[in-house]
Structure formats: C-alpha cells, structure tokens
Design a protein around this ligand. Sequence first.
Ligand SMILES: NC(=O)c1ccc[n+]([C@@H]2O[C@H](COP(=O)([O-])OP(=O)(O)OC[C@H]3O[C@@H](n4cnc5c(N)ncnc54)[C@H](O)[C@@H]3O)[C@@H](O)[C@H]2O)c1
Ligand SMILES: O=CCCC(=O)O
Length: 497
Amino acid sequence: MSATALKSFVTSVDIPKVDASLFKESAFINNEWTNKNVSETFTVLDPATDKEIGKLPDMGSKETKEAIQVASDAFKTWSKTTGKERHDLLLKWYRAMMENQDDLATILTWENGKTLPEAKGEVAYAASFFEWFGEEAVRAYGTVIPSHIPGQRFVTIKQPVGVVGIITPWNFPAAMITRKVGAALAAGCTVVIKPGAETPYSALALAELAKRVGIPAGVVNIVPTDKHVADVGKELCTNPIVKKISFTGSTAVGKLLMSQSSGTMKKVSMELGGNAAFIVFDDADVSAAVEAIVACKFRGTGQTCVSANRIYVQKNVYEEFSTRLAEKVKQFQIGHGFDSKTTHGPLINSKGIDKVTSHVEDAVKKGAEVLAGGKHKGGNFFEPTVLSNMTTEMKIHSEETFGPVAALFPFEAESDVVALANDTPFGLASYFFSRDVGRCWRVAEQLETGMVGVNTGIISSCYTPFGGVKESGLGREGSQFGLDDYMNIKYINMGGI
Ligand SMILES: NC(=O)c1ccc[n+]([C@@H]2O[C@H](COP(=O)([O-])OP(=O)(O)OC[C@H]3O[C@@H](n4cnc5c(N)ncnc54)[C@H](O)[C@@H]3O)[C@@H](O)[C@H]2O)c1
Ligand SMILES: O=CCCC(=O)O
C-alpha cells in the first residue's frame, strides 16, 4: 500500500508560538523580501500531520538569473572587505542564531519533523559554522616559495572564487546551509541558495538574521522553489557568472549538477549519499557500541547521510549486541517533534516511507528476522526497527535506506568484514568498535571512506573535515580545509628584483 493512503496517527498538536518576524513567506534577493511578481506558489507541509505550514512563491530560472546578477554586483565590494570585517559580521550572525535558537528550532521541527531538542542541537551545530569560519576568515594565508632564480620572488595569495550557487537538502535545513555559507562568506564569496523545497523556512529565517546583523545587500540570496527545481539548478550550474556549485544531496542529483557545471568549468563541492558500515568486533565494549549505534543510526530518524546503514557484528557478540539494541529501540516513542514524549519524529514524506517499507519487506522476504518495530504506522511514521540475520543479497546492503532501520549482519573475520564494508560505490563515513589498538589503526586505514569513527558513533563538528570519497563526493566542509574550497590560489612571480 502506498504510504499516502494512510492517515497519520498524529492528527493534531499544539504548535508553539514562533517569532513571526522570523517566519518569512517570500524569496530573499538583495536584502529584500520579494515574490518577484511570481504568482505561482508551493505549499510546505508539516511532515507529522501533513497539514499546511504555509506557501511560498515558486522561483524560476528568470528570478535565479536576477539573483545571480545581484550576487555578482555585491561580490565587487564584499570580496574587497577585510577578513576582519567578515569575521565580525559572521560572529554577529552566529550570536544572532544562538539568541534566536528556540524560534529557529521551532521552525525547523515544524517543517522537518525532528524533535525540538534535536532541532535545538542542529541550530547550535549550524551556528557553530559561522563562528568557526568567522575565525578562519582572518587566516586565509598565502605562502612565500623559495626562489630558484636570482632576481625573482614567488608568492601565492588566496582569492575568493566569486558567486557560489548553493543547493541543499531538507534533512538538516539549517546546518547544510551554514556549513557552506559560513565558508563562502568568510572567503569573500557571495551566494545564491536554493534550499530543499520541504524546508525553506529555516533558510529564510537565517536570511532575516543576516539582514539584521548587517550582512550587506546581495551577499546572501535565497530562491525557494518546488516545481522549478530542475530549471533553477540548471541556471545555477550553467550561468557563467557563477564560479562554484556547492551541493548536498543524493549522488544521482550530484552527478547531474556536476555534468551541467562542466560547460563553464566551475569548481564543485559535492556532499552526496552514503552507505555507512558500522562494525562491532568481539573485543569491543558492547555497551558503548550499543549507545553509539542508537545515536548514529537513529539521528534525524535515520535520515542522516552519515547514519550507519549496514551494521556488522562479530559472531561472539552478535546475540548480546542485538538483544540489547532491540530492547533500547522498543523504548523509542515516535510522534510529533513538538510533543515532549517523542524521541523520534516522522520521515519527511511518503517517498521516504515507501523506500523504508520496500527495504524492510525485501529483507523479511529474503529471511531477515524483525527484532523490533518493522511497521508503517500511518502518514510519514515508521516504527524504529531492528532487523537481524541480514545478508548481502538484501537491498539494504547496497542501497542507503535513509530511515529508522538498524540492519544487523553477522560476520566472522576482520578481513571479511573490511571487504564487505568497502563493497559499495559510496565512501562517506564508516565506524567500528574495538579495544585492540593495532586493529584500530589497521581497520581505520583500510576503510574506503572520507570519515571514520573509531569507538564513537558521532563524528560531525565544525572543527573537523566533513566529506566523502568514491561516489559520496568531492571536497571538504568545516575544519581548517573548508575555506580552501571557496578560494583560488594565485601564484605571483615578481621579477626585476
Ligand atoms: N554528504 C552529505 O553531506 C549529505 C548530507 C545530507 C544529505 N545527503 C544525501 O542526500 C540524500 C537525501 O536528500 P534528498 O532526497 O533531498 O536529495 P536530493 O538530491 O533529491 O535533493 C537535494 C537537493 O537537490 C535538489 N534537487 C533535486 N533535483 C534537482 C535537480 N535536477 N537540479 C537541481 N537541484 C535538484 C533538491 O530540491 C534539494 O534541494 C541522501 O542520499 C543523503 O545521503 C548527503
Ligand atoms: O546528513 C548529513 C549531514 C549530517 C552531519 O553534518 O553530521
């Protein structure tokens, strides 16, 4: 049965009061709230109830082109500001986010579905990228290269790439934007953002704060759209004024955007899909591994690109690990993100439910045992689920489920499990638990992913480089490396000395 055919079991909830001045129902171009005379609108729904939150003008390629021109005009002055000026503004934006954390979190929960405490956590995480990159803005050092020619001197300087087109998903409506915008603005770039159609209000609230703290007109622009996603994406990728595309989302869309960007040879940053392995060796601290998988797997109700998708557990600890995990998961409470009893919110939409349902049905048909959950509960709610005795023939082994399903695969030897973990075109994150120091180095070096969590299930922060290898993408966000993705290195050879 299609997910849409079932009514949600959450039919009503009290929506907390939100500061109306942060709830914007227009596009944001050149520091103006505008519908650009666009008469078409799209509707944003609360994923827990499918009730309407609001409507927004549906921007198209014409409006995007105008936003790009505005960003290009703003680049002329913004790129000439000092690192210290950009530092001061980004830190003001950071503080404004933290001062408005509750309202930003309310908007985020309403449109994304994650629980209010989780949304508050995301707002703080999102804000941290403005703090971090504000502090990096003053550290975009060049180099002096020892000369091999008398009378010539060599230096490099770093310069902002120009206007950046930013396309982000719905699963982290604030953090996926700030991780890019923080770096772009710190580098001296200006941006045009197309947020996820499901979660545009968080993006627009951030823009309101940008305006309040004095980010100059045209530096940040937002073009919300639903029906014209492909056209807006194409405009950003093909317009020669845009010098870089920074995308977070699925690998399929990432490949399309990269090919569209090739005509104008843009720089690209691609944060794409994953299929994370989480390995529990029999020398692990099993209690710690259970705690870690709960946090890693069920973050955002499993709709997190770095969430474990395949959980490999060594035979000697399989029974203990699976029993303890199932006990924990049975205690989860699904419901509206505004309900204080809720531990896990809904999936984003019926497409998400259909994928999770098909993965669970496929696994069960092929012999998996359901240790917890396993059922669609109506609307966009799926029970947090633990599946045991998974095999490599099941869909979950090769496809990212992006939902609340912990799929346990038994294994015997270290060499087998490393080969299994790497048997995927994706390479975003992986995790393992072991108390053997030699094994920790060995396995961490062998796993083909951009990020590895050893004895931990949570790895993301503004301080550390986020990004994948293989078909999980290109580039690194956050950390000391994040600014480089938004800058060109210029080599200057000074002769006549
Ligand atoms: N690596 C990361 O940092 C990261 C972070 C979050 C999500 N993801 C991945 O994103 C996927 C889930 O998100 P999703 O389903 O929203 O992904 P998606 O690729 O469908 O959508 C992401 C964004 O791309 C836009 N988009 C879709 N088609 C487009 C087109 N033709 N042209 C231009 N833009 C287009 C969407 O409107 C949205 O804004 C998962 O695979 C997940 O792993 C990766
Ligand atoms: O979903 C992907 C991003 C989540 C994170 O930054 O940890």
